[in-house]
Design a protein around this ligand. Structure first.
Ligand code: SAH
Length: 395
C-alpha cells in the first residue's frame, strides 16, 4: 500500500478521529498513489495513523476508512462496517414503525461518502466519493447478502460528486428495477416514493421523527404546510385532526403526489388546498391580504451550500420566518426548519429572534428538533449534523 505523510502538526485532527484530511495537510506522497487508491496515512515522522481513500481532485484529499493501520481493507472490512450500521438501525426504538429508513449515513457510520436508504424491499445507494464510486459493485453485493432486497438502485445524481471529479450516475446496481412508485409505511401512514426522480433518494427520511412531533399540535388547527414536497407533514396533520391544510410548493408534481397521499390514507380531500408558487411571494401576498393560519410548517430546501452563501441564506431564513410569524393568529404555532449544515442551531435561533423583533411578535421555543436517529451524528464528526428545527408559540 502506498503511503502519504502529513505535514508536521497536521496529524492532530486524525488523532481526534476526524475522517477528513484537507489538501493543505498533505506532506509527502510516496509512490505516488493514484486517485481512488486506498493509502496508508502517517504523520510527518512516518508514524502510521490510518488508512484512507485518496482523491487529489477533492479538497478533502483523504477520507479515513479506519484509524487502525493494521486493518485490511477488503470485503470483510466493508461487510463489518455495513453490519454495524444495520445493527445501529435495528436497535432504534421506532425501528418497527416504518418501512423506509437510512441504513448508512456516510462518515457518521464510518463509511465516508456512502449513503444507503431502504424503501420497503428496495435499496437506494448513493456514492459521493471516488473511493465509494469504485467499490459500489462490491458494496451492492454485500448489501444483497446482508439484506436480501428485491433490487438496489443507484441515485448518485448529486452535485457534490463534481468536487470529486465524478459525473452523476444513476441506474440499477443489482436485481429488479424498482416500480414507478414504491409504497412505504411511516408511522401508520402510507406514501408512494419515486426512487428514480424523487428528491434526495426519494423521500425526506430525516424528517420522520419531526413529522410525528409536529402532528399533535395540528389538532383542530388551520395548517399551512409550506415547502410541502409530497405532503408528508400534511398527512400527519390531518390524521391528528387538523381542520384544514394548505400545501404550498413550487413543484406541481410534488403537489399532485401530496394530493394522492391524502386519498391513499383515506384522509378528507376537501380539507386540503394545494397552492403552487414561490413561498416567499405567496406568503408576502397573503400577508398583504391579511390571511391567517393557526400553525405554519416551514421546511425550505437548503439555502447555504458554501460560506459565501451564508449571508444570503440568513436573509432567506429571516424573510420567510418573518412572513410566517405575521401570518399566524395570536397563540399560533410555528414549526420551522433549516437543513443548511452551515447554519448552526444557535445561528438559526438568532435569525428567528431577529424575525420576531421585526414582526413585533413574542415567540417562545416549545421544542427543539433535529434529524431522525437513523441519521446519527458522530461526536468525532459534528459536520454530520445539518437539520435543526423549532416548534414555537407565537403570541
Ligand atoms: N417537508 C417536506 C420536504 C420539503 S423539501 C417533507 O417532509 O417531505 C423542500 C420543498 O421546497 C421541495 O418540494 C421544493 O419543491 C420546494 N421549494 C423549493 N423552493 C421553493 C420556493 N421558493 N417556494 C415554494 N417551494 C419551494
Amino acid at each position: 500500500m502506498k503511503r502519504i505523510l502529513l505535514k508536521p502538526g497536521r496529524e492532530k485532527s486524525v488523532l481526534n478521529r476526524h475522517p477528513w484530511v484537507f489538501s493543505g495537510a498533505i506532506g509527502r506522497l510516496e509512490g505516488p498513489p493514484q486517485p481512488g487508491e486506498v493509502v496508508a496515512v502517517a504523520d510527518h515522522a512516518g508514524q502510521p495513523l490510518a488508512l484512507a481513500d485518496y482523491n487529489p481532485r477533492s479538497q478533502i484529499t483523504l477520507r479515513i476508512l479506519t484509524f487502525d493501520p493494521s486493518e485490511g481493507i477488503e470485503a470483510t472490512f466493508w461487510r463489518g462496517r455495513l453490519e454495524a450500521s444495520l445493527r445501529r438501525r435495528e436497535a432504534l426504538p421506532d425501528a418497527a414503525e416504518h418501512s423506509a429508513e437510512r441504513l448508512v449515513y456516510a462518515e457518521s457510520d464510518g463509511l465516508p461518502g456512502l449513503i444507503v436508504d431502504r424503501y420497503g424491499d428496495f435499496l437506494v445507494l448513493q456514492a459521493l466519493t471516488l473511493g465509494m464510486d469504485r467499490r459500489k459493485a462490491l458494496l451492492a453485493e454485500l448489501l444483497r447478502e446482508l439484506l436480501r432486497p428485491r433490487g438496489i438502485y443507484e441515485r448518485s445524481d448529486v452535485d457534490v460528486r463534481a468536487q470529486e471529479g465524478l459525473p452523476e450516475a444513476t441506474g440499477l446496481l443489482w436485481g429488479e428495477p424498482p416500480p414507478e412508485r414504491v409504497e412505504i409505511d411511516e408511522c401508520g401512514l402510507r406514501f408512494w416514493v419515486d426512487l428514480y426522480r424523487g428528491h434526495k433518494t426519494g423521500f425526506y427520511l430525516d424528517q420522520r421523527v419531526n413529522r410525528r412531533r409536529v402532528a399533535p399540535y395540528c389538532a383542530g388547527r388551520e395548517v399551512l404546510n409550506a415547502f410541502s414536497y409530497t405532503g408528508a407533514f400534511a398527512a400527519y396533520a390531518l390524521r391528528h385532526g387538523a381542520r384544514r391544510v394548505v400545501n404550498l410548493d413550487s413543484s406541481a408534481e410534488a403537489l399532485r403526489a401530496a394530493a394522492e397521499h391524502i386519498a391513499l390514507n383515506g384522509l378528507p380531500a376537501e380539507a386540503v388546498e394545494s397552492v403552487e408558487g414561490d413561498a416567499f411571494r405567496v406568503l408576502r401576498a397573503w400577508r398583504d391580504e391579511g390571511r391567517a393560519f393557526d400553525l405554519i410548517i416551514l421546511d425550505p430546501p437548503k439555502f447555504a451550500f458554501s460560506r459565501a452563501q451564508l449571508m444570503a441564506a440568513t436573509r432567506g431564513y429571516k424573510d420567510i420566518n418573518l412572513l410566517a410569524m405575521k401570518l399566524l393568529r395570536p397563540g399560533g404555532i410555528l414549526c420551522t426548519f433549516s437543513c443548511s449544515g452551515l447554519v448552526s442551531e444557535d445561528l438559526f435561533q438568532k435569525i428567528l429572534f431577529g424575525a420576531s423583533l421585526d414582526a413585533g411578535r413574542e415567540v417562545r421555543i416549545l421544542e427543539r428538533l433535529t434529524q431522525a436517529p437513523d441519521h446519527p451524528v458522530s461526536l468525532a464528526f459534528p459536520e454530520g449534523a445539518y437539520l435543526k428545527g423549532f416548534i414555537c408559540r407565537v403570541e
